[in-house]
Each structure stands twice: as structure tokens, then as C-alpha cells.
Design a protein around this ligand. Sequence first.
Ligand code: GAL
Length: 145
Amino acid sequence: MAARDPESKCVIKFPDGVYCGSKVRLQGNIPPNAQRFSINLQCGPRTDFQEQVALHVNPRFNDMNVVRNHYAGGEWGREENSGGMPLSKDADFKTVIECNEQAFTVSFNGKHFCEFAHRMPYHRVTHVMVDGDVSLRLVSFPSTE
Ligand code: GAL
């Protein structure tokens, strides 16, 4: 079983906060035995799911889908999970999440994957936290200019 190693968590502050047009780009590698990982745009720095999460993007290789949700008041919201599994185990990947007025848009490996309509004000997001079976090489915040 793939270990859920707490050391593999990574949290990074959005340098300029989150606004319409903000982007975060993550590049890394998915190990051959990956079961799941998540990318969380959250309102604070904690890595133990004690913060509100405006967007949880959760590739699940056992279910072959990517669950999206938000977390607030100690509870998960309604899952969105259409679109199948665009990622492969034992491979590099790249994802870009962009904030626009209505939604976050998520792309994998240069291809649009989904939108997630905002469920809480996006300007409250301060950090991106990555958890689970993935090794990150680069997290960057491409500017819109
Ligand atoms: C739960 C899972 C959480 C999160 C959530 C998303 O079942 O335990 O880690 O992925 O689903 O809805």
C-alpha cells in the first residue's frame, strides 16, 4: 500500500493572494503505486485539513476519477467527479489552476479538465497545500502579464 507519509505534504503561500486571473502551476511525478493525492486551495497554512478549502482536487487512481469538492465548517460539500482520470501513474504531470470570476479552472498536461464554480469567496484563499502520493518538482505562480 502506498504510504500516506505526512512528510510528503507541501504548503505554499500565494505570493499575491488569490484574485481573478491568479494561477498556480504544479509539476511533479506520480509514483507507480499511487492511490490518491490532493491539491487544496485553502484559507490558511495548516496541513491537517483544519483549514477551509475552497477547492480540493483529488485524483483517485483506484476509482479512476478526480474528485473536486470544498471543505468548510468541518464538513465536505458535494463532490463533483465527472471527466474520468486524465493522469497516469509512473509519469510526470503538470497542472494549472486558474481563478476566474465564476470558477476555478483546472488543466492537466496542457489540456482543460474541469471548472469548479466558486462556493466561497476566492479572495479568502491564502495557500496551496498538496497531500498524498505525489512528488512535486516545481510550484509556480505564473503572472498574468
Ligand atoms: C472524503 C475523503 C476526503 C476528501 C473528500 C472529498 O471521502 O476522505 O479526503 O477527498 O472525500 O469529497
